[in-house]
Ligand binder design. Structure first.
Ligand code: AMP
Length: 197
């Protein structure tokens, strides 16, 4: 198996975090390579707890359901990757890229690190299913208005990445019906991963 770079395109409530964990477990069982996991939302939540002016601004954006600007996203990604990525690691990314500019950054990064296998799992799920699922979830930034705002941004900025990647040579895009139960979603994803065994 070559060192894989795997990312997810899916709205909040699509099961991205859970499926990223499933992918990591699968790779642990099927490959000897180290696994680096990268979750930009976690990085930003940590940043928002800081006392600095940067922390304060990030806190404001998270509280408004906005995306954090690309220069900060790039710096979070690079801090993590520069410290942890080795030549043969699998890289499993949750939460990046979220727009076309970030996809360009990821492309530069792939070239710089001489990685050529990018798998994009598109977790496709209707807004109504997301809203129903998130009713039961209790995170401080999960008010109904913020969820709606994040969904709007997701449809406007992130979904266009699917088409972008479908046209990009060498990128494997797997669209999965993410309104199915978690195990069924992962079974579909596994079929894609098996191609690289
Ligand atoms: P998440 O946990 O992935 O839903 O991320 C929580 C919040 O962090 C998002 O609502 C955004 O405000 C911010 N965030 C996470 N990843 C990114 C990204 N790639 N680009 C911009 N903002 C991001």
């Amino acid at each position: 198996m070559p060192p894989l770079t795997i990312t997810f395109i899916g709205p909040q409530g699509s099961g991205k975090g859970t499926q990223a964990a499933n992918v990591r477990n699968y790779l642990k069982e099927t490959s000897d390579k180290p696994i680096v996991d990268l979750e930009t939302g976690r990085g930003f939540r940590a940043m928002a707890e800081g006392e600095s002016y940067t922390g304060e601004r990030v806190r404001d954006l998270l509280a408004e359901g906005e995306l954090v600007p690309n220069f900060l996203t790039s710096s979070i990604v690079m801090n993590e990757v520069a410290q942890r990525l080795t030549k043969d690691s699998h890289l499993v990314i949750d939460g990046f890229p979220r727009n076309l500019d970030q996809a360009r950054v990821l492309k530069q990064m792939m070239e710089f690190y001489q990685r050529d296998t990018l798998i994009v799992f598109h977790l496709d799920v209707p807004d109504a299913v997301v809203l129903e699922r998130l009713k039961g979830r209790q995170r401080a930034d999960d008010t109904e208005e913020l969820i709606a705002e994040r969904l709007r941004l997701y449809r406007a900025q992130t979904v266009p990445l699917v088409e972008h990647y479908e046209q990009e040579p060498g990128v494997v895009v797997a669209t999965v019906d993410a309104s199915q139960p978690i195990d069924a979603v992962f079974s579909s994803m596994q079929a894609t991963l098996e191609r690289f065994l």
